[in-house]
Design a protein around this ligand. Structure first.
Ligand code: T4K
Length: 373
């Protein structure tokens, strides 16, 4: 059987994309805030229900440029250890110290109390991650941020299109960042963006992604090259048409998984809060040591936990789940006074099952039948 991977990207209609390429070829305008990029940004802001987006080349540079745009150039940034390595790496690349605070056991998102306990005179910002697209508790984090005069940035790499009570969660905090990597609900192959609320901030971010250039002969500050080219902007513009259907398919897959797995002893499912217009970006399950399945016997070893046994068992059946997120290396320079027990526990239990538009129903059934003892 063909290997079943954890995700697979949505692709724009090939003929329409060829048409866009023809248009780009005819003008030779390839990059630097060209017409496709401008149309893409405007369509994206409409789709997401936000005032401004500054589109960039990936989902990592938006974090770096958000910190820069907020004037955070030294000190500590409180963030989560339960994330992809890009989040704290972006803090380190900015010459700042990532300080890890623990997460809530239920969501895997930053815990506001742990954040407050980690604040020191050197703290300059809070960087939360909406893990799997489920929002951080913005109200609680905002209360802490306000009490200590700190800005909040949300790494919303997984939260494309998510709304809470009708409002985009990308409007929570001061700035939100997105990733449009091929593995995401919506992709431009590589790509990303910062969502912001004012024209001035959008202008600043647009300058920062273009070396800090503000005019033919003028520069505002040291920027970098984070520009998305016309080809990927055209691709993104077309892929936007596909994303609603893709999310519906993801929803159907997620429901089928939940229906099959909800009563399995030792498996905890992710809770999707009421009122959340969710994008079903991942399907994580949390496998506890009480999970029992006779088929795991060949994979059992004294130092291998149940989650890793299930991982090996599914891999042996050509199903490739992922252990997002692995415990982050608490490497040099980072303060690790918080033992981050919840983050460690969740990372040792989580397994993200394959979820993407086009995942065949018979494969889904095979995965659930392998998991149900
Ligand atoms: N913040 C958060 C919270 C993030 O999760 C990420 C990225 C970022 C920031 C940074 O955004 P970017 O700078 O990447 O835009 C993947 C992605 O590379 C990464 O974007 C993503 N998060 C992370 C969670 O996952 P890997 O190393 O697991 O990717 P890889 O190559 O193993 O791909 C996973 C599966 O996806 C493969 O089994 C097959 C499928 N796939 C992948 C690619 C690249 C495809 O079907 N087609 C493809 O082209 O990191």
């Amino acid at each position: 059987m063909k290997e079943i991977l954890v995700t697979s990207p949505i692709l724009p209609d090939f003929e329409e994309f060829t048409e866009s390429l023809r248009e780009i070829w005819s003008t030779s305008r390839l990059t630097n805030n060209g017409p496709f990029l401008q149309r893409f940004e405007s369509a994206l802001a409409d789709y997401l229900g936000v005032p401004y987006v500054s589109v960039m080349t990936n989902g990592t540079l938006p974090i770096i440029l958000s910190l820069k745009a907020l004037g955070i150039t030294e000190g500590e940034v409180i963030t989560t250890p339960y994330t992809f390595v890009a989040t704290p790496a972006a803090v380190s690349w900015s010459g700042l110290t990532p300080v890890f605070a623990d997460v809530e056991y239920s969501t895997g998102n930053l815990d506001a109390q742990a954040v407050e306990a980690a604040i020191t005179p050197r703290t300059r910002a809070i960087l939360g991650v909406h893990v799997y697209g489920v929002p951080c508790c913005d109200e609680a984090l905002r209360r802490v941020a306000r009490a200590h005069g700190l800005p909040i940035i949300y790494d919303a790499a997984h939260a494309f299109g998510v709304r809470e009570n009708g409002k985009s969660i990308l409007l929570n905090g001061d700035l939100s960042t997105l990733s449009f990597h091929a593995t995401k609900v919506f992709n431009t192959i590589e790509g990303g963006a910062v969502v912001c609320k004012t024209k001035e901030m959008k202008q600043r971010l647009d300058a920062l992604r273009n070396f800090g250039i503000t005019g033919e002969t003028t520069f505002s500050e040291a920027g970098i090259n984070a520009k998305l080219d016309e080809v990927r902007a055209a691709y993104g513009l077309l892929n936007l048409r596909k994303v609603d259907v893709a999310i519906q398919e993801r929803r159907a897959i997620s429901r089928q998984y939940s229906e099959a797995l909800k009563s399995v002893a030792g498996i905890r499912l992710m809770e999707i809060p009421e009122g959340l217009d969710y994008n079903f970006s991942h399907y994580p399950i949390y496998i506890g040591e009480s999970y029992c399945h006779p088929a795991l016997a060949p994979f059992a070893q004294p130092d291998k936990n149940k989650r890793d046994q299930v991982y090996d068992y599914l891999m042996a059946h050509d199903i490739h789940p992922r252990r997002y997120f692995y415990p982050l290396p608490f490497h040099a320079g980072k303060i690790a006074s918080d033992p981050c027990e919840n983050a460690k526990k969740i990372s040792s239990q989580v397994l993200c099952l394959p979820i993407y538009p086009g995942l065949p129903v018979e494969i889904l059934k095979k995965i659930t039948s392998l998991l149900v003892p």
